[in-house]
Design a binder for this molecule. Structure first.
Ligand code: ZN
Length: 403
């Protein structure tokens, strides 16, 4: 929004958002410091803070001693002012959390789902999960800002439609937002999981608006990306920006769930890692894996990680190969976007730490672009909650803008 086109109402919302953002980021913070941090006048700060106090969103304390005798009054967010429920939909489970107004987690429940089931069945599971989260935390319904759904793309964020997620074969144009709002009588927003992860990194990582952030979620099945530019989600045409999972890495590679061949998602999946070890075993390569299972079809990523730790050549090779493809994907992102920070999370990085280390090693050893040595590439500090907490952060951010 251009500043000169703002009317008074929009300017009030804009300034309120800036002040709440500053309190959240720098609390405990005095009114004087807020004026310095935001560039707003003392009288504007007084008016906005008075309104936030009257709405009970902010509270005052006076514990800090000043040099002049009078204790300065400090401002904090009121954690009990509002609550957000976050739900992450993955191919294997629903992860539900409740956070307070300070985005601090109060409760977590995870339940398995069947990705081959009809969408109605999983939506019913979400409704039950939300009910359980509310009853477990005993939060009042009138203080719930809304439910933030983190889900795989492709999707339509405005309508809250999951278009045709490739790993959910029976899901076509699922109006998940409408279905949940009707069932729960609460506001629902839908965001692609990796976009949520990137936003969470910006919101909770103390990063400036000038940083370009790219988040990668590498699951056992599925891989996606999300972009934050200038403190805002960059959506691209039809919310497709950052979707690196289906960039072609090897035209002769394995078939992907989208119908193409050799997509990054297919190359770095657990199933490709298993395919690499199984095909070598069938060719006669010796491996410790045959001591772990009776049938090589039952080999899992956990076995491969265990084998690699034991020094097994084939296990290490399978991890290195998949990590190399992730490294190629990251190098392509650096070439196209040149982000400041790349954050990587997801089951693959949690279950197999050397997978991410090897991927970063591949990127660092690439000769071009020369600045790839300076891009920060790191794992998410939020572990397996990076997407769901990120989704909650987008709902809190939207709430700030609604005041
Ligand atoms: Zn694909």
């Amino acid at each position: 929004m251009k500043l000169q086109n703002m009317n008074n109402e929009n300017m009030k919302k804009f300034n309120t958002t800036i002040v709440l953002e500053a309190i959240r980021r720098y609390e405990p913070v005095s009114r004087k410091e807020l004026a310095i941090r935001t560039g707003l006048t003392s009288s504007s700060i007084t008016n906005i803070v008075n309104r936030l106090l009257s709405l009970d969103l902010v509270v005052e304390t006076s514990t800090a001693e000043s040099s002049g005798g009078r204790k300065p009054i400090m401002l904090h967010l009121n954690p009990a002012a509002r609550y957000v429920i976050g739900i992450e939909l993955t191919t294997s489970r629903l992860l539900g959390i409740v956070t307070d107004f300070n985005s601090k987690k109060m409760c977590r429940i995870s339940i398995p789902i069947d990705r081959f089931a009809e969408s109605e069945i999983v939506i019913d599971q979400i409704v039950d999960l939300v009910g359980n989260l509310i009853s477990k935390t005993e939060i009042p319904r009138n203080k719930i800002i809304g439910i933030a759904i983190s889900a795989p793309g492709p999707y339509d964020h405005e309508e809250g439609i999951l278009t045709n997620p490739p790993n959910f074969p029976k899901w076509k144009n699922v109006r998940i937002k409408d279905a949940l709002e009707t069932a729960l009588d609460l506001k629902v927003s839908v965001i692609k999981e990796t976009v949520a992860a990137a936003f969470g990194e910006y919101w909770l990582g103390g990063l400036g608006r000038d940083k370009c952030i790219f988040a990668i979620n590498s699951m056992n099945i599925g891989l996606g990306g999300g972009v934050i530019i200038d403190g805002k989600i960059y959506r691209g045409f039809r919310d497709g920006a950052g979707d690196l999972g289906h960039m072609t890495i090897d035209v002769n590679g394995p078939k992907c769930s989208c119908g193409s061949y050799g997509c990054l998602e297919a190359m770095v999946s657990e199933s490709n890692m298993r395919h690499i070890v199984n095909s070598h075993i069938k060719k006669g390569f010796e491996t410790i894996l045959t001591e772990f299972v009776d049938d090589i079809e039952n080999i899992s990523i956990k076995h491969i990680v265990q084998g690699a730790v034991s020094g097994d050549w084939l296990c290490k090779y399978a991890i290195d190969e998949t990590a190399k493809y992730l490294g190629i994907g990251i190098s392509n992102i650096i070439n196209i976007l040149s982000p400041d920070i790349i954050v990587i999370g997801g089951e693959m990085t949690i279950e197999c730490p050397s997978y991410m280390e090897k991927a970063i090693e591949y990127v660092r050893n690439n000769l071009y672009p020369i600045y790839n040595k300076h891009v920060t590439i790191k794992s998410s500090s939020l572990g397996d909650e990076m997407c769901v907490i990120g989704a909650v952060c987008t709902t809190l951010h939207d709430f700030y803008g609604s005041l």
